[in-house]
Design a binder for this molecule. Structure first.
Ligand code: T3D
Length: 260
């Protein structure tokens, strides 16, 4: 796997993806977005990959769109950038039926913040900050910010964050429920990897179906969601890992999940 703007490394069942344009706080140019999309496709198709860990190189996680690229003469229209860059990243993260862990190592701005919020379990370094930078440059939040933020923290808080574009410290993001947890800067990578590795050894089919249920639950009513649970539970019960989990429990031993 050779990439110019990201680093990709498989460690056991974990695919680590590191955004790698540290001199501009890992802001996105189109080729970097394509590389991230390709790495997410590999995560989806390769059975030996059972979780993804997304993080950034250097002092930032991701500063969103590279603003120098965005204003190029004869460059693509903004709607084209959004369609080809951010929308597929968000859908690939949400559609990937494997856990995506995000380790926010520094500032996450614009699309960078919303990509972090779209992941399944997001940890942040104590010194990290989140900023919905869009309104400062006359844009609207994209990368599903207008979808996830109101659902995660309610319309009032979401509107304030998106309109005021104030820097939100990681600790506040955790208190609001935007992210899973904050850890000391020095502990971030190890803590995030521990979670990704532990998930990579769990029943992948069941975790993937859990994610599918969460996705569907964001828009379903109670009756629809109960039906989703019935259907997906049937699928989960057909997995080898379910049988192994029950057998191991009854035999009083540690289960050996294979992700099947
Ligand atoms: O095409 C479209 O526009 C549609 C898509 C939109 C999606 C979006 O994400 S729109 C939002 C784009 N992002 C921003 O507006 C954030 C811009 N950056 C900042 O506000 C600040 O850099 C931060 C708050 C993120 C961090 O501030 P600070 O003080 O820690 O760092 P800095 O000094 O501002 O940045 C360090 C370097 O990175 C600096 O370069 P230099 O001076 O060392 O040569 C800076 O220019 C560069 N940089 C930071 N963000 C971007 C960037 N370069 C290009 N694009 C960036 N987004």
């Amino acid at each position: 796997m050779n990439y110019q703007f990201i680093k990709v490394n498989q460690l056991g069942g974990v695919l680590e993806i590191r955004l790698n344009r540290p001199e501009v706080l890992n802001s996105f140019v189109m080729p970097m977005a394509k590389e991230l999309q390709e790495a997410l496709d590999i995560a989806a198709s390769n059975k030996s990959i059972r979780s993804v860990l997304l993080t950034g190189e250097g002092r930032g996680f991701c500063a969103g769109q590279d603003l120098a690229e965005a204003i190029q003469d004869n460059g693509p229209k903004i709607s084209e950038i959004v369609h080809k860059t951010y929308n597929p990243i968000i859908t690939k993260i949400r559609d990937l039926e494997k856990p995506v862990i995000c380790a926010v190592n520094g500032v996450a701005a614009g699309a960078g913040a919303n990509i972090a919020f779209a992941c399944d379990i997001t940890l942040a370094a104590e010194s990290a900050t989140f900023v919905q930078a869009f309104s400062k440059i006359g844009l609207i939040p994209d990368s599903a910010g207008t979808y996830f933020l109101p659902r995660l923290i309610g319309v009032q808080k979401a509107a304030a964050l998106m309109m005021l574009a104030e820097k939100l410290p990681a600790v506040e993001a955790e208190k609001l429920g935007l992210i899973y947890k904050v850890v000391a800067d020095a502990e971030l990578y190890n803590e995030a990897f521990k979670i990704a590795d532990s998930l990579a050894n769990m029943p992948t089919v069941g975790l993937g179906l859990t994610k599918r249920a969460i996705n569907l639950g964001l828009n379903n009513n109670l009756i629809q969601q109960l039906e989703v649970e019935a259907v997906l539970q049937e699928l989960a019960s057909e997995s080898c890992d379910h049988k192994e989990g029950v057998k191991a429990f009854l035999e009083k031993r540690k289960p050996e999940f294979k992700g099947e």
